[in-house]
Design a binder for this molecule. Structure first.
Ligand SMILES: *[C@@H]1O[C@H](CO)[C@@H](O)[C@H](O)[C@H]1NC(C)=O
Length: 427
C-alpha cells in the first residue's frame, strides 16, 4: 500500500477516535441529489479493492473509503448499470489470475474487476463462475484459509450462508438464524461484519457465532459523520512515545504486535492498522502479555510466570493443560522481557534483562543450552524473520542479521526509530 494512503488512514483513525465534529457539513450533508451515508443508509454491498480502499455501494452510487461524499458508481465500474446485490475481493493466492479481483453480483450475473477494468468475458452467469451459488444474493465476503478452513467465499441469502470452497468449487450450506439478515458483509483486518440497516454485527466466519454487544451503529465505526463519535477506544500513540509489549511473526507471514490489553496485526496494513482486544482472539489472555514467540503452528505467550500455548487454525485454541509455569514449560524462572524463534529453527531465544537464553524446543525436559550477555537491557519485544532480528526498546529498534551476530556483539548497533508504517503509530 502506498505510504500516503497509510498515513491518511492512520490520520483518519485518529480523527475518528477524537470524535472531532466537522467544521462544515461536506461529509455529512452537501449535495441534496447525493445519498448521505450519515443519514443512516442500508448498503447494498461493501468490499475493499486491491489497494485496500473500501467501496460502499448503494443504488447507483459508491463511497470510496471511510470518509467523503457519494459518487456515481459508473465512475469506478463503468459497466455497472444501477445497483449491485453483493460484492467481495477474491483472496486466492494460489491463482494470481483472479487474486485481489473485485467480484460484483447483480441478479444472476457476476462481474470481475481488477484495477477498475472489467475482465474479459464478464459479466458471466453466476453458475458459470461459482457453480451451486444462488442468484439474487444479499451479500458476499471472502474468507481466507486460516480464518475459514480453506480459502472460501461466504455467500449470504436470507438466513442461509453458502460456503464456497475456491479450490474444489464445492458449496456447503449453513443456516445462521441468530444472525440478522445481512444486506452486505465486510471483512476488515480479519474481522467479519454483517451490515443490516445502519447497524452492523460482528460474527465468527466458521460458526457464525456473535460475541460482544451487537448491533452497533456503523456511523460510529466505518465512516466519519458529524454527531457520531468513534465508538472504539483510541489506541494510537505518537511514534516518539511508542512502546510495545511483545511482537511475533509466524510461519505463514502473520505478524502480531501486543500492547496493553490490545493487539494489532501488522502484515495486513494494506487495509489499514487497527487495535483489537487481545482477548477477542486469545480469550484466556485477559492481562496483556510480556513476551510471545511462534514455533511451528503454535504461538507461545508469556505473562508473568505463566506460559499459554495456542494452536493456530481457523481460530486460536489454547492447548489442553495450559497455562503452565515458566519453570514447567521452559525450565526458566523470572521476568521475561522478549522472546523469538527464527524461521525453520528449534531454538527459543528468551531475553531477560541483559541476558539472552537459548532453549532447545526439541528437548524434553527443556534445557538452556546457552546464556549470552546482551549489549543493552530493557528490551520490550523482539522478532526474527528472514530479514534478521529486530529488538524493540521504546520507540527505538535494533537490527541484527542473525542470532549469532546478536550474541557476539558487545556494543549496540545504532538504534533506528519505529515508523508509522511499521507499527501504526502517529508521526
Ligand atoms: C440498530 O441497533 C439498535 C441497538 O443498538 C437498535 O435499537 C435499532 O433498532 C437498530 N436499527 C436498525 C435499523 O437495525
Amino acid at each position: 500500500m502506498a505510504p500516503i494512503f497509510k498515513t491518511a488512514f492512520v490520520a483518519l483513525m485518529v480523527a475518528l477516535s477524537r470524535a472531532a465534529p466537522l467544521e462544515d457539513s461536506a461529509a455529512g450533508g452537501g449535495d441534496a441529489a447525493l445519498p448521505d451515508r450519515c443519514a443512516g443508509i442500508e448498503f447494498d454491498a461493501i468490499t475493499p479493492d486491491d489497494k485496500g480502499q473500501t467501496f460502499f455501494f448503494k443504488g447507483d452510487h459508491v463511497w470510496k473509503g471511510f470518509e467523503g461524499d457519494a459518487q456515481p458508481s459508473i465512475q469506478y465500474f463503468k459497466e455497472l448499470n444501477g445497483h449491485v446485490d453483493a460484492a467481495f475481493r477474491m483472496h486466492n493466492p494460489e491463482n494470481q489470475g483472479d487474486h485481489d479481483h473485485i467480484y460484483l453480483f447483480l441478479d444472476d450475473k457476476v462481474f470481475s474487476y481488477f484495477e477498475q477494468t472489467l475482465e474479459e468475458g464478464y459479466p458471466k452467469d453466476i453458475q458459470e463462475d461459482f457453480p451451486g451459488v444462488p442468484t439474487h444474493l444479499d451479500a458476499a465476503v471472502e474468507c481466507p484459509k486460516g480464518e475459514c478452513v480453506t480459502d472460501s467465499v461466504l455467500f449470504f441469502k436470507g438466513q442461509d450462508v453458502h460456503v464456497y470452497d475456491i479450490a474444489t468449487k464445492t458449496v456447503k450450506t449453513k443456516t445462521w438464524p441468530h444472525l440478522p439478515a445481512c444486506t452486505s458483509v465486510f471483512r476488515w483486518l480479519e474481522h467479519y461484519y454483517c451490515f443490516h440497516g445502519h447497524n452492523f454485527t460482528r460474527f465468527q466466519p466458521v460458526t457464525g457465532e456473535v460475541t460482544g454487544s451487537y448491533p452497533k451503529d456503523a456511523r460510529r465505526y466505518f465512516m466519519r459523520c458529524p454527531d457520531f463519535g468513534h465508538g472504539g477506544e483510541s489506541t494510537t500513540l505518537k511514534c516518539s512515545d511508542f512502546k510495545m509489549d511483545a511482537i511475533t511473526t509466524d510461519g505463514t507471514g502473520r505478524m502480531y504486535m501486543f500492547k496493553g490489553p490490545n493487539y494489532m496485526r501488522l502484515d495486513t496494513q494494506r487495509d489499514g492498522l487497527h487495535s483489537f482486544p487481545i482477548a477477542r482472539s486469545w480469550k484466556e489472555l485477559t492481562n496483556g502479555v510480556d513476551a510471545v514467540f511462534s514455533y511451528k503452528d503454535r504461538i507461545y505467550f508469556i505473562q508473568g510466570d505463566q506460559v499459554y500455548i495456542y494452536k493456530a487454525g481457523a481460530h486460536f485454541t489454547l492447548i489442553e493443560g495450559y497455562p503452565k509455569t515458566l519453570k514447567e514449560e521452559l525450565n526458566i524462572e523470572g521476568q521475561v522481557d522478549a522472546a523469538f524463534v527464527c524461521p525453520q529453527q528449534d531454538t527459543a531465544h528468551i531475553i531477560q534483562g541483559r541476558k539472552m537464553l537459548y532453549i532447545d524446543l526439541t528437548a524434553t525436559p527443556r534445557v538452556v543450552t546457552l546464556n549470552v550477555p546482551l549489549p543493552f537491557a530493557d528490551v520490550d519485544a523482539g522478532f526474527c524473520s528472514s530479514d534478521g532480528i529486530k529488538l524493540f526498546k521504546g520507540s527505538d529498534y535494533y537490527h541484527y542479521d542473525s542470532p549469532m551476530l546478536l550474541a557476539m556483539s558487545r556494543i549496540a548497533p545504532i538504534p533506528q526509530k519505529v515508523t508509522s508504517a511499521m507499527v501504526g503509530c502517529e508521526d
